[in-house]
Design a protein around this ligand. Sequence first.
Ligand SMILES: [Ca+2]
Length: 292
Amino acid sequence: MVAILCDPSLGRYRGDVDDVLALLYLIRRGVRISGIAAVEGNADARHAYQVAESVARASGEDIPVYPSPKAVRGEETAVDFLRSAISEGEDVIAMSPLTYLAEALRKVNGPFYSRIFIMGGSIRQRALAAFPEFNFWKDALAARRVLEAPWREVHVIPLDFTATVKWDCGRLVRSLREISMDLNDPLIKLVAGGIVPWCRTSTTFFGGLVPHDVLAVIYYDRADLFKVSERRLTVEVKGLFKKGRLTESEGARPLRLVNGLSAGSENLLDLFLAAIRGGKSVPTRAEGRPLV
Ligand SMILES: [Ca+2]
């Protein structure tokens, strides 16, 4: 089972849709999701929760969604859910600022049996723009606490790597529409329609869609397609343009840092679309065959 922490947006020009595409990938691949903590970050708390609820409903699966503590009072929140998921030893995939994960960790005694997979951080000063990577920059202290926690394994998919991948938005939208019609799948239909505004924004500003969070979940599913190095890194917590950066630290716990693709996996959009179309029938890493 895997617990998801994300800040999904859909149907807006200003909200990146990579979280939603990542959820679509996991659901279509049949990865068992114990719940989605949908919090503010890339989107406000209420929008993030509504989007995650729509995705869960359209999937037809029983996937509970937990809101940010900012969005509700008195209900089970993202923090409560993450705390119980870690207590149960579930894997965690984090694709948003890490404030609520750090808060949950304070309430669980380590060592944890969980593995953590995080899209966040950058080593270079300017991997994509003047600012460091958003998820770590937004709450750098939380990011540092999460990396320092006694996880079974820590995997980081940094901006240095994700910014090297760019997808053709026109092809992505056309292909998802085709697949949704062929399969008559309400979740793919929801995503295919909702990603259009952000696809226009990202084509204008970045020349295509940079699929940050999607790369984190493809890595979770198919680590064999990626190059990884073991590093001892911590998170800078000070300085407007420095905070959130990953820097070497001898005393840090070792983590696995994704830094490229292995041979033959260059066209990740083909691979993504094949997984969305093929669903659970596409061979997994465990079966030792290529995905496309
Ligand atoms: Ca995100």
